[in-house]
Design a protein around this ligand. Structure first.
Ligand code: MN3
Length: 205
């Protein structure tokens, strides 16, 4: 049984960056539906007792192609949104700390340079998808993007995402309409680097 992340903040708590109706629809409808569909299909595929990371890293073990696709899409939707909503906060820390801060400085030169690279990936993702900052066990960082509900786990990389930037239109269209770049800027206003830094520490521990 996979459990949807419960928001520890009110639906209007991320305003003005992300509006209440978008949070309500995104979490209450889209994310809830991915979770319900994952649970139904993971049961059929016999993977309901595994962790979601394990399921997404081993999709090729699901023999039936239709079931594999359903678990890939809904499992991605479940996992990606758990990460998205759990790393946003009305009290967001605006800079990383500890090992992650050092690594970003060493690799990208500055936090702004990393944010620019991530924003470019997010803006350039054609149609629905995500932009990611991910880490591997050695602490290397990867900036990437994926279509649909794919992610670095389901794409078979050794990386685990620590930032999930949702650029499906359902993440921003009610407020930002066609202006994806404005939403991307707003995303960073509520992205909690304290949580992102803690995820990096977990992966590289
Ligand atoms: Mn979404």
């Amino acid at each position: 049984m996979f459990t949807q992340y419960v928001l520890p903040y009110a639906s209007d708590a991320l305003e003005p960056a992300i509006d209440a109706l978008t949070v309500e629809t995104h979490h209450g409808k889209h994310h809830a539906a991915y979770t319900a569909n994952l649970n139904a299909n993971a049961e059929k595929a016999g993977v309901a007792d595994r962790s979601i990371e394990e399921v997404l890293r081993n999709l090729d073990q699901i023999a039936d192609p239709a079931l594999r696709t359903a678990v890939r899409n809904n499992g991605g939707g479940f996992y990606n949104h758990n990460l998205y909503f759990s790393t946003l906060s009305p009290d967001a820390a605006h800079a990383p700390e500890g090992k992650l801060a050092e690594k970003i400085h060493a690799v990208f030169g500055s936090l702004d340079a990393l944010k620019e690279e991530l924003s470019k990936k997010a803006a350039a993702q054609f149609g629905s998808g995500w932009a990611w900052l991910s880490a591997n066990k050695a602490g290397d960082l990867l900036v990437s993007s994926s279509p649909n509900q794919d992610n670095p786990l389901s794409e078979g990389t050794e990386y685990t995402p620590i930032i999930a930037l949702d650029v499906w239109e359902h993440a921003y269209y009610l407020k930002y309409k066609n202006l994806r770049a404005d939403y991307i800027k707003a995303f960073f206003e509520v992205l909690d680097w304290k949580k992102v830094s803690a995820l990096y520490d977990e992966i590289t521990a």
